[in-house]
Design a protein around this ligand. Structure first.
Ligand SMILES: NC(=O)c1ccc[n+]([C@@H]2O[C@H](COP(=O)([O-])OP(=O)(O)OC[C@H]3O[C@@H](n4cnc5c(N)ncnc54)[C@H](OP(=O)(O)O)[C@@H]3O)[C@@H](O)[C@H]2O)c1
Length: 319
């Protein structure tokens, strides 16, 4: 009961900004811009559906060579067919919840031939059912935060980014519901699993990692974090069917959700030193509620925890 009331409060608070109403209100102030990604290589994770698919196709349309990562080869083939410039759309089949598969990605031919100018860490799932990956990780933890962490660090250590590269992390407004904690981030015990709470923790960690990488890498590459608002995608239909049904008229389409990705890639605003998260081309605060300000862990602890989780997988015998 308390939980339902808290959810209602949460959704009511953000209805005006996260819905299509918020997008339209913000967009009324914008000047048109025509992005030019000619000559750039983009890497988009979770590119076969929703916001990732729209991002891959639009970047391709505006000149980019796009390496599209997804786990479903048929959906990747359809993505290539749908591309305006299919020769510049390079599908790579990979399960982005597999840490072993992710560490091998920088050696793929598509990644080696040209440096990456824009990495969009888009893949993300909110799971209602508890699942473990073959590597023994809770699946949403592996997909939402450990996988993007390992991928981005691997690309950086293998020097796969270009000199002016940008990493765009796709978080969620759901992160406003969680402080930064590592406890229960990888919930391997089904009895204690709460998919929504886990998702909020992962997305909060994504915001924190953005600040960490900027402090470590000093702009090479630059790292930004955004969230798309509430977008009507297959992911939302599956994870939050009641939410999707109730709010359908106010949900954004993928174009509206992805807009800030293109704006960040084209306009390259400075990375915010004090933190923050982009929504509709505007920097928003990292915290909306006092209880999330008291982080349970420091950034260094988060990073050490993620490194340890990855190491455990990579050092264990392959199953
Ligand atoms: N939609 C929203 O309202 C909303 C709000 C806030 C934040 N976001 C964030 O925006 C991002 C995109 O969300 P979305 O709504 O577009 O999601 P979506 O509709 O579920 O699409 C996600 C894509 O990722 C792929 N994917 C999932 N797990 C994968 C794995 N292990 N390996 C490879 N590919 C995998 C899916 O492919 P399959 O078809 O194979 O599963 C699908 O193509 C996520 O990070 C999400 O958290 C979305």
């Amino acid at each position: 009961m308390i939980r339902s009331i808290a959810s209602l409060f949460f959704y009511a608070r953000f209805l005006r900004s996260f819905s299509t109403l918020g997008y339209r209100r913000a967009a009324a102030e914008w000047e048109d811009f025509a992005p030019d990604f000619g000559g750039q290589t983009w890497l988009v994770t979770g590119a076969t559906g929703g916001i990732g698919r729209h991002t891959a196709l639009t970047a391709n349309q505006h000149g980019a060579r796009v390496i599209a990562l997804g786990r479903n080869p048929e959906a990747l083939a359809k993505l290539k067919e749908a591309a305006g410039y299919p020769r510049r759309l390079l599908p790579v089949t990979v399960d982005l919840s597999s840490i072993r598969a992710i560490v091998e990605l920088p050696d793929q031919r598509a990644m080696k031939s040209k440096p990456i100018d824009v990495l969009v860490n888009n893949v993300g799932v909110l799971l209602n059912q508890h699942e473990l990956t073959g590597e023994g990780l809770e699946r949403s933890f592996a997909t939402n935060i450990l996988g993007p962490f390992v991928l981005t660090e691997a690309l950086q250590s293998e020097q796969r980014f270009s000199g002016k590269a940008l990493v765009i992390n796709v978080s969620s407004g759901g992160m406003y519901g969680s402080p930064l904690v590592t406890e229960a981030m990888n919930c391997t015990d089904a009895r204690h699993f709460d998919g929504m709470a886990a998702y909020a923790r992962h997305k909060r960690a994504m915001v924190a990692l953005t600040r960490w990488w900027n402090s470590q890498w000093q702009g090479a590459p630059a790292v930004q974090v955004m969230h798309p608002g509430w977008v009507d995608t297959a992911g939302v239909q599956t994870s939050l069917p009641w939410f999707q049904r109730t709010l359908k008229p106010w949900l954004r389409d993928a174009e509206q959700g992805a807009d800030t990705i293109f704006w960040l890639a084209e306009k390259r605003p400075p990375t915010p030193g004090e933190g923050g998260i982009w929504l509709d081309r505007q920097l928003q605060p990292e915290h909306e509620f006092a209880f999330t300000r008291n982080n349970g862990v420091a950034l260094e602890q988060l990073v050490a925890y993620l490194r340890q989780c990855a190491q455990q997988v990579l050092e264990s015998p392959a199953g």
